[in-house]
Design a protein around this ligand. Structure first.
Ligand code: F6P
Length: 359
């Protein structure tokens, strides 16, 4: 009898999820596995199970299709994180029900595609005999256990494209334009897009900024005849001695960051007298087709995940180290955030180019 594996996509969506699903289905077929998908993240494992048969012939176009055909959730009963990232134990009855349904379906393994929160749930589920293999997903690129999560390259591409466009309009009007990008508590998207898109000031959570320094950079440019300035602000950035900007807190889910772009624009306008605008890039960074680099990474991750299932290497997550795909224990991957090193090569190199960080 053909063996079956399950797959689910959990947490916030991210470009490349469908490309991972496609790679799992294709590599699975050549390894003699059928694949079934659970809808809506871990909730698809609850009774009655919400599943889709993922056959090879349905994978046409999936390499480039944004979102996830399985759906995903970053709130609800399987939200592993609340508030500022506090880890929460999912209710035991829910985990037992999910595990019982997994066993009833006779699956050989479950491939869980998600970020830190989703992999934390995977780890909790594995205590109930579920054979888990993890695939690291998040546009934030904030997992220590891999050099790159998929979706990050696409988000950076999107933010860089936005900066290219803002550059011309900022220059035409001699304005300061603040672009707010995602990234939660890590400044990777802001840092990479800020450098690639020719930003003048990059504000990241790892380097709390001083208003004098940010405004000084704007006025310095003004004196040198550069009447416009592009500021890239990570959603988690904050002024020295201040706090992160957030949306209203919703019970049972992780705090939503956002609003710092407008705060920066207002203060810069007040202190410098410059005409200032804000653009919040938001979920554009999570939508649409993955870049070439993400397609490749997703395909490699999906295929490697099937290889781990074949080898019976459960409780492992696929990971990129240098140029190699390796695997690391999920238990050691979770709860370890990778943040920008304020003295690292990328920040120092940006500073050497005259980019300000507000420090
Ligand atoms: O973790 C990915 C991410 O896009 C963050 O960059 C952002 O803070 C958050 O998710 C937004 O989540 P939501 O789907 O709740 O808007």
């Amino acid at each position: 009898m053909t063996e079956r594996i399950g797959i689910l996509t959990s947490g916030g969506d991210c470009p490349g999820l469908n490309a991972v699903i496609r790679a799992v289905v294709k590599a699975g077929q050549y390894s003699g596995f059928e694949t079934i998908g659970f809808k809506g993240g871990y909730e698809g494992l609850l009774s009655p199970c919400q599943t889709i048969e993922l056959d090879y012939n349905r994978m046409d176009g999936m390499l480039v299709r944004g979102g996830t055909i399985l759906g995903a959730a970053n709130s609800g009963p399987f939200a592993a994180k609340t508030g500022y990232g506090e880890v929460r134990q999912v209710d035991r009855e829910l985990l037992e029900m999910a595990a019982a349904n997994y066993h009833a379906l006779g699956l050989r393994a479950l491939i869980a595609v998600g970020g830190d929160g989703s992999l934390t749930i995977a780890q909790q589920l594995s205590q109930f005999g579920v054979n888990i293999v993890g695939v690291p997903k998040t546009i934030d690129n904030d997992l220590e256990a891999t050099d790159q999560t998929f979706g990050f390259d696409t988000a950076v591409d999107c933010a860089t494209d936005a900066l290219d466009r803002l550059h011309t309009t900022a220059e035409s009007h001699g304005r300061v334009i603040v672009l707010e990008v995602m990234g939660r508590h890590a400044g990777w998207i802001a840092l990479h897009s800020g450098i690639a898109g020719g930003g003048d000031v990059i504000l990241i959570p790892e380097i709390p900024f001083a208003w004098d320094s940010v405004c000084g950079r704007v006025m310095d440019r003004e004196r040198r005849g550069k009447k416009f300035t592009l500021i890239v602000a990570a959603e988690g950035a904050m002024p020295r001695g201040g706090e992160q900007s957030t949306h209203a807190f919703e019970e049972g889910r992780e705090i939503r960051l956002g609003g710092i772009g407008e705060v920066v624009a207002r203060e810069v306008a007040k202190r410098t007298g410059k005409d200032t605008r804000t653009v919040v890039l938001g979920h554009l960074q999570r939508g649409g087709a993955p870049t070439v680099s993400d397609r490749l990474l997703c395909t490699r991750y999906g295929e490697a995940a099937v290889r781990l299932v074949r080898a019976g290497a459960y409780g492992q997550m696929v990971s990129l180290r240098g140029t190699e795909i390796v695997n690391v224990p999920i238990a050691r991957a979770i709860g370890r955030m990778r943040r920008v090193d304020s003295d690292g090569e990328l920040v120092l190199s940006a500073k050497a180019l005259g980019i300000g960080f507000g420090d």
